[in-house]
Design a protein around this ligand. Sequence first.
Ligand SMILES: NC(=O)c1ccc[n+]([C@@H]2O[C@H](COP(=O)([O-])OP(=O)(O)OC[C@H]3O[C@@H](n4cnc5c(N)ncnc54)[C@H](OP(=O)(O)O)[C@@H]3O)[C@@H](O)[C@H]2O)c1
Length: 430
Amino acid sequence: MGAPRVVRVGMLGCGTVGSAVARLLADHAGDVEERAGVRLEVARVAVRDPGRERDVPVEASRFTADPLAVVEDPEVEVVCELMGGTEPARQLILAALDAGKPVVTANKELLATWGRDLFDRAEAAGVDLAFEAAVGGGIPLVRPLKESLAGERVRRLVGIVNGTTNYVLTRMSEDELSFAEALAEAQALGYAEADPAADVDGHDAAAKCAILASIAFNTRVVASDVYREGIGAVAQEDIRNARTLGYVIKPVAIAELEDEDVAVRVHPAMIPANHPLAAVRDAFNAVFVEGDRVGELMLYGRGAGGDPTATAVVGDLVRVARNLALGGRAQGCTCYLDRRIRPMDDMESAYYLLLQVQDRHGVLAQIAGVFGDNEVSIKSVWQEGTGHDALLVLITHRAREGSLQSTVRQLRDLPPVTAVRNVLRVEGTE
Ligand SMILES: NC(=O)c1ccc[n+]([C@@H]2O[C@H](COP(=O)([O-])OP(=O)(O)OC[C@H]3O[C@@H](n4cnc5c(N)ncnc54)[C@H](OP(=O)(O)O)[C@@H]3O)[C@@H](O)[C@H]2O)c1
């Protein structure tokens, strides 16, 4: 037998994920070679600072500060983009595709904004653009949705797709930490960014939700289509009330088909304590899928971190390299429909409201009247305390978001209501 065909990989970025990919390719070289049918070699690596010492099994001479030189290097057959951000990553990926080089990327931010351009160019060039690691880190989600479920009609996805916010809400729920304390802990553990807004305000989850919705519903959904609310308003009193009612508060990303429209949203929500997603704790991620025939299934695991994410990247590299060596292409873009994005006001959910009210005769009837006027039906109500600081905890039946928001506006103007302390959506209830 002759020497195996070598496929040379050009890496753009060698940080948390890139360095884990380089180590994994070296540590599992034999297995990767058997599975890919080719030997994968890291030929060039672009980083910002090529002089820095790095714990990777790649010769120093292969590092450069010029990412375009990596893309254009005639030895490089596959480009692995792990630098993040939209530019210059977008231009570099386009250059690689135009040069007929397949690309593997983990860049959710880029795909959720510029996915259409990138997939069109990959299609025009007839080369693979693989992105398993962009959603759910080490959890296989893209290929299961695109390929394993190709015969299914997925109706709904509910995911916990951001580890930082799940960690924060888990610590707030289980250890009664305040939001600030839990976030500081997540940062100390390296889960959250130094500027945690991308996590806390839901931007990261919205990008992932857009990618998942595009795949599940075969239509283009971009991050700006996704309704987004952060977890910053969740307070200990909401967590306690949720517990009393048999719920936990989780940071969810929901993508669903409603009358063939796509509805996409990211926000904290109460979910029943016995729902499989309630058991997804700390920085773990999961996506719960509901389909016509398959019923319910859940994919669970580590949604971030160098090593877990590197397994998804290397899985894509193996497949792309196999295609190069043996011919064939991975399934390209599956967005063959043009679905409408349903406005948030037309979506439906059940709701939790925490109202601070003056406890006096007739207040409950006045409040119930506002709900009734807006066609929002109350499922349960309970009162805590008396006098000026009485609290009312209300759960509604499913209602239109627009009707609920109008109810909230009118409640704020109702004299006995001194504050609408919080409003949260409730999943898994009628
Ligand atoms: N970290 C995770 O858990 C995770 C999970 C899923 C997906 N992802 C995605 O994976 C990608 C990489 O994330 P990461 O956490 O590995 O990032 P990172 O640790 O910040 O690494 C980025 C790498 O890119 C290099 N780089 C950045 N800009 C560059 C430029 N203009 N020219 C040349 N090199 C440049 C950096 O060089 P220096 O080393 O010299 O600074 C570094 O090696 C991102 O798209 C991220 O969203 C990450």
